[in-house]
Design a protein around this ligand. Structure first.
Ligand code: ADE
Length: 250
């Protein structure tokens, strides 16, 4: 997968060299290009923003630097359709970033991120590129960050771990919280490892029983309990048919 990020803070994206994403890059599974938006400014002050039409507080990012930067990013390798790029615009006004959207993005060969500062990017930039590629305006949560760069790191990490061969054990994202399947809409329950006793605390007996059916049932019960406590909205959103008799006895 190819990733382009256009930003006025390229150094903010340095974590893309670390850990899972960094290793995927080193192995050639991710081809990452971080570009400094100010390279596409032509005035003495490298201006990327201006006052909003219609008045109001804050500044708006200008069309021309974004347009020129995106055209250059596209110039090497642009193809339309399913093999072409998608634009990902982090914004608190976007659609919520979910595991489902992470899966959708992970199936695209090329993502171009446009993290903005200030009050956001002039609308015409998104409208212009939407004629050539899918544009995803995405929010990572109901809070306002100072800019979209941290959101790019979040989205990239969630997407990269879904790419074939990136995670050591492919099964390890099958029972993630929010993963499709039997545990859809349930949060993952608690996990334990050795030693079996620590500071007088034991691990649940069932995990030592070797009884796979009982362990699966226990995991589901714990997931249900945690979801009821932390995310009752997820239970309410779930089709009642997804719960079996034992779920209801909990
Ligand atoms: N930029 C500022 N706040 C954001 C958010 N919550 N999600 C994505 N991008 C943002």
């Amino acid at each position: 997968m190819r990733l382009d990020v256009v930003t006025i803070f390229p150094e903010y994206l340095e974590p893309l060299n670390v850990s899972l994403v960094g290793k995927a890059r080193a192995r050639g599974q991710l081809d990452v290009h971080v570009r400094d938006l100010r390279q596409w400014t032509y005035d003495r002050h490298n201006t990327v923003d201006d006052t909003p039409y219609g008045g109001g507080p804050g500044m708006v990012m200008k069309t021309e630097p974004w347009g020129d930067a995106l055209d250059d990013a596209l110039a090497d390798g642009y193809e339309g359709g399913a093999h072409g790029p998608a634009l990902v615009v982090p914004t608190p006004s976007g659609r919520p970033f979910t595991q489902e959207l992470a899966v959708e993005l992970s199936e695209r060969p090329w993502l171009i991120f446009t993290p903005a500062r200030y009050e956001g990017i002039d609308r015409r930039v998104m409208d212009e590129y939407a004629t050539r590629m899918p544009v995803y305006e995405v929010s990572i949560g109901d809070y306002v960050l100072a800019g979209g760069e941290a959101a790019v790191l979040v989205i990239t990490e969630a997407v990269a771990r879904l790419l074939p061969g990136v995670l050591g054990n492919a099964a390890s994202h099958q029972d993630d919280s929010f993963a499709p399947g039997a545990m859809a809409n349930l949060l993952e329950g608690p996990v334990y490892t050795k030693p079996p006793e620590w500071r007088g605390r034991d691990i649940p007996d069932v995990l030592l029983s070797g009884h796979h059916g009982k362990i699966a049932r226990w995991r589901r019960d714990e997931a249900l309990r945690r979801t009821v406590r932390n995310r009752p909205d997820l239970i309410e959103r779930t089709d009642p048919a997804a719960f079996d008799k034992k779920d209801r006895e909990m």
